[in-house]
Design a protein around this ligand. Structure first.
Ligand code: F0G
Length: 461
């Protein structure tokens, strides 16, 4: 075991309820992985010790949120919790209209519908998250990622590595006339939870406005992005995360949000925007796919928990604790020589699988192999952001993504420093045995969002 002498400041909360976890024997984990078709998404969570699959829907709610569940008004229409949520979202974002949805991807689906995306259109982003990309592409529209090229250098330290390349955006707008939507993902999940600067948001807004292209924020991690701006951007050090968030939202026409991240809830999402016509169009569609527009596929109690979570997430004490926890995990790994994506992002620490396992080619899914070994040997569940998730076939040739990452996503308010130390020790130990790990081949490929359902087998050396 390695020795870690760094300390974190104590969290701004104490524990009131505990959920027992246990580590099952390694041979059982091996069997469980095999039965899952070597796909970590198919492993029962009871067989996982530390679950870093996602920070989405995995937050620990506060006592205030739990208390809110008891105040759910389960009326079909116009329940009181909707009005509370609407007020909170209007105050945070400054937008006029609020539409709850059951999670982020249904908000994406409704936005694609509202902005009439189809096979003659194109949407651009710093980097689309996979569900956003899939929602857009299933309309027939094309997607294009225009994140700054530095984002693809995993060892380069830059304050705002999630920024969109505004020159590339201008060139793209000149080249193609069919851009129907510009999306900024804040923070950029796919690029390792890297923030976008206020300056960049403002510049993208200006370009969008002067070309009459709608501009929407994918704001799942808006509070984390606001905190990075506070820490790193000139002129924002004295502002509150709430004021910074409000300014971020002011530059866009609206936002689509998975509240399962910075909403601090286990389920929920929303759209907020200013355009009344779009609002009406979305409301009409809502009734078919999400339910009446004041409940958006959620119970009244879920709306209440979301309203309370959105208020809590902007607390500076919380955001400081969250930032420190991520920095601690990432910087400790880096100090032990582990190749982690730099700088450390807002919700995840990402291992660079191409450097961790240089002997495995992308065609044999090195990040996937790393995820499986982390589980089998230590009971830790991470997720692949690499070739299984992002490789695509063009003219019968596989094009592999520039980054091959293993994401350790940290659920909010869930794991302690001791848990993180276990993760650090495990990864340091694994790094010493990297050459023993072999690649994988796919035995079943379902196509769209294949990482959720694909099956694999190890390539025996
Ligand atoms: N946008 C971003 C930036 C996301 O990270 C996610 C989900 C979504 C949209 C979709 O939201 O899951 O509520 O439908 N990210 C999760 C993750 C799944 O693990 O990163 P959803």
């Amino acid at each position: 075991m390695t020795k870690l002498d760094r300390r974190l400041p104590p969290p701004p909360f104490k524990i009131k309820v505990v959920e027992p976890i246990k580590i099952i024997p390694q041979k059982e984990r091996k069997l469980s992985l095999e039965a899952a078709g070597y796909n970590i998404f198919n492993v029962a969570s009871e067989n996982v010790y530390i679950d870093l699959l996602t920070d989405s829907g995995t937050s620990a709610m506060s006592d205030f949120q739990w208390a809110g569940l008891l105040q759910g008004d389960e009326a079909y229409a116009q329940c009181k919790n909707f009005f509370h949520l609407e007020k909170v979202i209007k105050e945070i974002t400054g937008y006029k209209y609020v539409i709850p949805t059951h999670q982020g991807r249904s908000a994406e689906n409704l936005i694609c519908f509202a902005y009439n995306l189809n096979n003659a259109k194109m949407a651009v982003s710093n980097q689309f998250f996979d569900t956003t990309k899939a929602n857009i592409e299933t309309t027939g529209a094309k997607t294009l990622d225009l994140v700054i090229h530095e984002a693809y250098d995993t060892s380069l330290v830059l304050d705002f590595k999630g920024n969109l390349d505004t020159n590339a955006l201008k060139n793209t707008i000149e080249k193609y006339e069919n851009i129907a939507l510009i999306v900024l993902t804040i923070t950029n999940n796919t690029g390792g939870g890297q923030p976008v600067s206020m300056k960049n948001i403002a510049e993208v807004s200006k370009i969008a406005k002067s070309n009459n292209i709608p501009f929407i924020l994918d704001a799942a991690r808006f509070a984390e992005n606001a905190y990075f701006i506070k820490l790193r951007e000139k002129g924002y050090g004295e502002k509150t995360p709430r004021a910074i968030a409000r300014e971020m939202f002011s530059y866009a026409d609206g936002c689509m949000v998975s509240a399962k991240k910075d909403g601090l809830v286990n389920i929920g999402g929303f759209i907020a925007l200013n355009d009344e016509n779009m609002f009406n169009k979305i409301k009409e569609r809502m009734v078919i796919i999400e339910g009446f527009p004041t409940y958006g596929g959620l119970a009244g109690r879920d709306l209440e928990a979301m309203a309370r979570g959105l208020e809590e997430v902007l607390s500076e004490d919380y955001l400081e604790y969250r930032y420190n926890q991520l920095q601690y995990l990432g910087n400790s790994l880096a100090e032990f020589g582990i190749p982690v994506l730099q700088p450390i992002g807002g919700h995840s620490v990402n291992l660079d699988a191409l450097k961790f396992l240089p002997h495995i080619p992308q065609s044999q899914f090195p990040a996937w192999a790393l995820v499986n070994t982390l589980y089998e040997r230590y009971g830790i569940r991470a997720v692949e952001l690499g070739s299984v998730m992002f490789a695509r076939k063009e003219n019968n040739i596989w094009i592999y993504p520039k980054l091959e990452l293993v994401r350790l996503a940290i659920p909010r308010r869930v794991y302690s420093q001791e848990h993180l130390n276990y993760v650090i020790d495990s990864i340091v130990d694994l790094y010493q045995h990297g050459s023993e790990i072999s690649g994988y081949e796919i035995t079943y490929d379902p196509g769209v969002l294949r990482h959720f359902n694909a099956r694999f087998k190890p390539i025996v050396k």
